[in-house]
Design a protein around this ligand. Structure first.
Ligand SMILES: Nc1ncnc2c1ncn2[C@@H]1O[C@H](COP(=O)(O)OP(=O)(O)O)[C@@H](O)[C@H]1O
Ligand SMILES: C=C(OP(=O)(O)O)C(=O)O
Ligand SMILES: [K+]
Ligand SMILES: [Mg+2]
Length: 601
């Protein structure tokens, strides 16, 4: 009671709003064990839950708030900066950030046109390659819903990667997007050379090809392929099966002559530059061969230094075998990076990574189900159950999870997906993975934007279908907090998400500095979207990988009432929130849950 009364008196905008209390209840989740965890409003010694209604006097509101949008028009290409200081922004960099909300025009349009409920929850990652590296192409992907741009250090030069990163940054700065950059390491896999500049080579049934560890003269001798791993010729045996890209092309080893391994093609197909190689003996993968190779090669370390210097948001590590390598990399990043905020994604794509799955997930900041190589290391029919298990474990442990590779493989060449591909995408969405990833489809395919559109529309449709039919079975989420204070945050988020579902609110708001509470809310996979307000652009970008989060950059204070009022005003003045929308708000600083109903008088 006291809170609500003092609220309406203390509130800096109380002259604009009459806070009429409809209900109020206080409950305690504080403990003498942990004085720091007892974060309260001034008039309370305990965290609180309060419910109240706002009445917005429209005239005053419009007078006090002016929204501005930089650029000559507010079409989909301009950034949206919501201001309450009346200042007009010409460009983002000149803008007075302290009084604005940063959100991109695509999100704004989606919210306005479709309302909160129908915003997309599943995040989308595009691998950038020759088909998508132009500024306009990148912009088209951002407009199409790309949340993260991935660059694969297996391909391209460092200058090329730098150029892509710069373009994504420019897109964010000029157009208000929060597209994150993920750098993916090459890793110590065995792969073919680059085919001497040829885009591909056709291997026909019965042909004899030579796989050699020698440095090859150019031009490359006919039907000869370079292999990057020196131990290859020693490790293979006559009779072994050699699989290119997990079985896209198959050979049988028929003879070994020094550094050269002669192979006969048994399954014809197209050889692509730097394609991955595995070899199998008596029906199982031969693992000893590259087991001795380091997970992070010397070239990878140089790429990692490059990623840290370029301030990428995520570094994805290929062929992770244990948690140790992740811990090692994380401490390396912490020592080197300006603010230690490069997140590490563990790629699960080997037998070792499946064997040490839980400890790897625990150690990392996120996980990728890298089905391409995984399907070359375990029988294909085991990939779906591995995916399901990894997705579930990641959610339990609160780590974002990406489902990757061959989601829409046929769209490399064709403008429409197969029915089977749509079913595969649907299944990943139904599992409620955080993100879906395009590889060749966007890097070098003929229809990158169409492929992204398919991911977007299938995600939206499946999410809505399952939500409306209430078919999601509630998932038992284990307690993950490692301290009592963290336990409070976790309980608050679990309760807020449950309240949001029960009350059918329109959105959850979370004010979060490091993003922790936002991820805890995302973990609950609530029915409504989560607006995550955070103070830095880097956290905003990183949150863009996580399920259901709509990240905004906003400077906020420790005064939750004024934060809420300002946010409501800014969003409202822009038409992104309607009168009568019901919101539940939680925050990192004030461990509280508030239910807010904005009703225009
Ligand atoms: N930077 C790049 N330069 C040229 N081609 C690229 C680049 N990035 C990706 N590609 C192409 O896109 C394909 C798919 O990308 P990806 O799945 O990341 O790699 P891979 O197939 O090696 O696992 C690659 O095989 C390659 O042909
Ligand atoms: C995503 C994967 O890794 P990469 O494309 O780097 O081989 C994969 O193997 O599925
Ligand atoms: K890679
Ligand atoms: Mg791989």
């Amino acid at each position: 009671m006291r809170f609500n009364t003092s609220y309406s008196r203390r509130s800096p905008i109380s002259s604009y709003f009459q806070a009429t209390m409809s209900q109020s209840l206080n409950f305690s989740i504080s403990s003498s064990r942990s004085p720091n965890s007892t974060i309260t409003s001034q008039s309370h010694s305990k965290p609180y839950v309060s419910t109240f209604n706002f009445r917005f006097p429209a005239k005053l509101l419009r007078k006090s708030i002016s929204a501005s949008c930089s650029g000559p028009d507010s079409s989909s290409s301009s950034p949206v900066l919501l201001s309450d200081n009346g200042g007009a922004a010409a460009v983002a960099s000149e803008y007075n950030w302290s009084s604005s909300i940063e959100v991109d025009a695509v999100t704004e349009a989606e919210l306005k046109e479709n309302g909160f409920r129908s915003t997309r929850r599943t995040k989308l990652i595009c691998t950038i390659g020759p088909a998508t590296c132009g500024f306009e192409q990148l912009e088209a992907l951002a407009v199409g819903g790309m949340n993260v741009a991935r660059i694969n250090m297996c391909h391209g030069t460092r200058d090329w990667h730098r150029m892509v990163i710069e373009r994504v940054r420019r897109l964010n700065e000029e157009k208000g997007y929060a597209v994150a950059v993920m750098m993916d390491t090459e890793g110590s896999e065995i792969h073919m050379g680059d085919l001497g500049g040829a885009p591909s080579a056709k291997a026909e049934d019965g042909e004899i090809w030579t796989f050699s560890v020698r440095a090859l003269d150019s031009p490359r001798p006919e039907r000869t392929i370079n292999v990057n791993y020196d131990g290859f010729a020693e490790d293979v045996k006559v009779g072994d099966e050699l699989l290119v890209d997990g079985g896209m092309v198959r050979f049988e080893v028929i003879e070994k002559i020094g550094p050269d391994v002669k192979c006969q093609c048994t399954d014809p197909g197209l050889l692509l530059p730097r394609a991955n190689l595995t070899f199998w003996r008596d029906g199982s993968l031969v693992r000893e061969s590259n087991a001795m190779l380091p997970t992070i090669s010397s070239k990878d370390w140089l790429d990692i230094d490059f990623g840290i210097t370029e301030n990428v948001d995520f570094i994805a590590i290929s062929f992770v075998k244990s948690a140790e390598v992740i811990n090692h990399l994380k401490s390396y990043i912490k020592a080197r990076s300006r603010d230690g905020d490069v997140a590490v994604i563990a790629k699960i794509e080997s037998i070792d990574s499946l064997q040490n799955l839980e400890e790897i997930i625990q150690a990392s900041d996120g996980v990728m189900v890298a089905r391409g190589d995984l399907g070359a290391q375990i029988p294909l029919e085991q990939v779906p159950s591995a995916q399901q298990k990894i997705v579930q474990l990641c959610r339990e442990l609160n780590k974002p999870v990406i489902v990757a590779s061959q989601l829409l493989e046929s769209m490399i060449e064709y403008p429409t997906p197969t029915r089977a591909e749509v079913a595969d995408v649907s299944e990943a969405v139904r599992q409620r993975a955080d993100a879906l990833m395009l590889s060749s489809e966007s890097a070098m395919g003929q229809f990158p934007e169409k492929a992204l559109t398919v991911l977007r529309s299938v995600s939206l449709r499946i999410e809505r279908w399952w939500r409306e039919e209430k078919r999601y079975e509630a998932m038992e989420l284990p307690v993950i907090a490692s301290s009592f204070v963290d336990g409070i945050s976790e309980e608050i988020c679990n309760s807020a998400a449950e309240m949001a579902n029960n009350l059918e609110v329109d959105a959850l708001f979370v004010y979060t500095k490091a993003g922790h509470m936002a991820s805890l809310l995302s973990r609950c996979r609530p029915d409504c979207p989560i607006f995550a307000f955070t103070t830095t652009t880097s956290v905003r970008r990183r949150l863009n990988l996580q399920w259901g989060l709509i990240p905004f950059r906003l400077n906020f204070s420790d005064d939750m009432e004024s934060n809420l009022n300002r946010t409501f005003s800014l969003l409202k003045s822009r038409g992104m929130i309607k009168s009568g929308d019901l919101v539940i708000a939680v925050s990192d600083m004030l461990q509280s849950i508030q239910v807010v109903s904005g009703a225009l008088s």
